[in-house]
Design a protein around this ligand. Structure first.
Ligand SMILES: Nc1ncnc2c1ncn2[C@@H]1O[C@H](COP(=O)(O)OP(=O)(O)OP(=O)(O)O)[C@@H](O)[C@H]1O
Ligand SMILES: [Mg+2]
Length: 239
């Protein structure tokens, strides 16, 4: 279970990106977080795996409170797929990037190699494993970043704009892959149809705050609520 209590965060330049965020996501649940550009979504996600530690308020994952000391433990529990794949991929060979996490966590090498191969094949990246990640296409980078996180088999998966750069067929592939996972999932996306297809519950963020929370169908079908928060209905509900 992931909980934040009164979480606030201000960047060095004075931008108040998060203001008193309190939320609770239960084990096995798939939660979506939506909101306009600049609402604070990425800043919030970056707190969930210890990448950022709280300035005020708390973040708790399975009863472990996020502090500088618990960073390592949190990263084992929570796999974060960053909004920008370039923040995730930094080696000179794709395969090394995929194996970096498991090696770093001291996971069983042979098992990780088998899992890496399975994921790379599934994402159509196996033939590209010797390539520098910097020379992959955007969509290939997106899937590579996914593979680099999934290979660590994190019990909680956090994704920031996972469908950006994916072609329609690969977007569908990601939907089926996510539906097949039993892990707790948190997804930030502007693709509300994707949220509709993959999430049970939705939080709406507006100017650093949570402005609404409810089941996916209640939130995403509420045109007035979405408009108040600068958003639009999912395409499938538009007339
Ligand atoms: N490194 C930074 N320094 C200062 N301000 C920042 C920094 N990163 C983000 N911000 C500001 O914090 C606020 C929240 O940004 P954040 O990236 O969390 O938004 P977001 O909801 O993820 O937006 P998007 O949908 O565009 O990805 C914005 O006003 C942004 O300008
Ligand atoms: Mg963002």
């Amino acid at each position: 279970m992931i909980e934040t209590e009164g979480l606030s965060f201000t960047y060095d330049d004075g931008t108040k990106a998060l203001q008193h965020i309190t939320l609770r996501i239960r084990e096995g649940e798939s939660a979506g977080i939506i909101g306009t550009n600049g609402a604070g979504k990425s800043t919030l996600l970056n707190h969930l795996n210890g990448w950022f530690t709280p300035q005020s308020g708390t973040v708790t994952v399975d009863s472990i409170r996020s502090t500088k000391k618990s960073q390592e433990t949190l990263r084992r529990k929570v796999g974060l797929v960053f909004q920008n794949p370039d923040d995730q991929l930094f080696m000179t060979r794709l395969y090394d990037d995929i194996m970096f996490g498991p090696d770093n966590l001291g996971m069983h090498r042979k098992e990780s190699e088998a899992e890496a191969e399975r994921l790379l094949r599934n994402f159509g990246l196996w033939e590209l494993r010797e390539k520098p990640p910097s020379k992959l296409s955007q969509g290939q980078k997106r899937f590579a970043a996914f593979a680099a996180v999934l290979v660590m088999r994190p019990p909680i998966l956090v994704m920031d704009e996972p469908t950006s750069d994916l072609d329609p067929r690969n977007r569908k592939k990601l939907i089926s892959l996510l539906r097949s996972l039993s892990s707790t999932r948190i997804t930030v996306s502007h693709d509300l149809d994707f949220i509709w297809d993959t999430c049970d519950r939705v939080f709406v963020m507006n100017s650093g705050r949570i402005s609404a929370e409810g089941t996916t169908t209640d939130i995403l079908a509420d045109r007035a609520l979405l408009e108040e928060n600068g958003l639009e209905l999912p395409i499938r509900l538009q007339d």
